[in-house]
Design a protein around this ligand. Structure first.
Ligand SMILES: [Zn+2]
Length: 265
């Protein structure tokens, strides 16, 4: 059994979406319709009067305008480029569910500071430190602890490290299809990459990790949370299935880890 109430611990790896909280990918607007409005809507649909319902109340609901890349989400290959190795890129509905459940492994990269690049050597060392050999279809989670800045100030948007081309390719070479990070983005911050480009004129410094997706098919999760709460670095299951907005480049996920209590020392 995948989940046993007695034997397993569930850890939520998801950030909440705060309505009306300014974000680099837009301003999430949420209109909350209360129970009185619910009675009005339901009465029209049912051909009755709002007062026909107890206390004139019925079900509440919300209407939301939120970027698909806000909140914890999975980037589909279509996000990276229209084609992957010359073939049409997968949109969110094309991402196999088999890529969304797997053995989780957390690589501790918390020593990497704001704007720093996570190198291939960092990844190799982090796996070695926990004595783990990455295998095909592992869901590799890059731990930076940047989720601790979420909701406080703009540091969350500007002060995270990011993956690079070589570190991403290294994981894909191990057969990994889904990589996650507990930071705003998979690459370094927008401003850091922009400053490096202005200094060097080198286009390779712009979204090098995302751009791997032009050649190699994979997905990544951004804005994960609570990797620091998972008591074991591997030996747990991760589930990260995305919501399907047809044709979209990403989907919100409720990501969580299923940990075997027996494996916690
Ligand atoms: Zn994204």
């Amino acid at each position: 059994m995948l989940f046993d109430r007695e034997k397993n611990l569930l850890i939520d790896l998801t950030l909440p979406i705060y309505p009306f909280h300014q974000d680099v990918v837009g301003f999430p607007k949420v209109c909350s319709w209360g129970h009185t409005a619910g009675a009005r809507l339901n009465s029209v649909q049912a051909g009755i009067e709002p007062d026909d319902m107890p206390e004139g109340k019925s079900q509440a609901w919300e209407e939301a305008t939120i970027a698909t890349h806000l909140g914890t989400h999975l980037d589909a290959p279509w996000h990276f480029y229209p084609t992957t190795a010359g073939k049409p890129s997968k949109r969110i509905e094309d991402v196999p569910l088999e890529w969304c459940i797997g053995d989780g492994v957390i690589l501790d990269l918390t020593h990497r500071g704001p704007g720093e690049l996570i190198t291939k050597e960092d990844i190799v060392r982090a796996a070695k430190d926990i004595d783990y050999k990455i295998k095909p279809y592992d869901i590799v989670l890059i731990r930076t602890d940047c989720d601790k800045m979420w909701g406080t100030n703009f540091d969350y948007f500007e002060k995270h490290p990011g993956m690079g081309r070589e570190s991403t390719i290294y994981l894909l070479d191990q057969g990994v299809k889904t990589i996650g990070i507990d930071a705003l983005g998979f690459d370094r911050p927008f401003k850091t990459m922009g400053a490096d480009f202005r200094k060097t004129g080198n286009k390779d410094v712009l979204w090098p990790a995302h751009n791997v997706g032009k050649e190699r098919e994979y997905c990544h999760l951004e804005r994960l949370a609570n990797l620091w709460k998972v008591p074991v670095p591997f030996g747990f299951t991760v589930m990260v299935a995305p919501v399907i907005v047809e044709g979209a480049s990403a989907g919100w996920v409720r990501a969580f880890a299923i940990v075997d209590k027996d494996k916690i020392k």
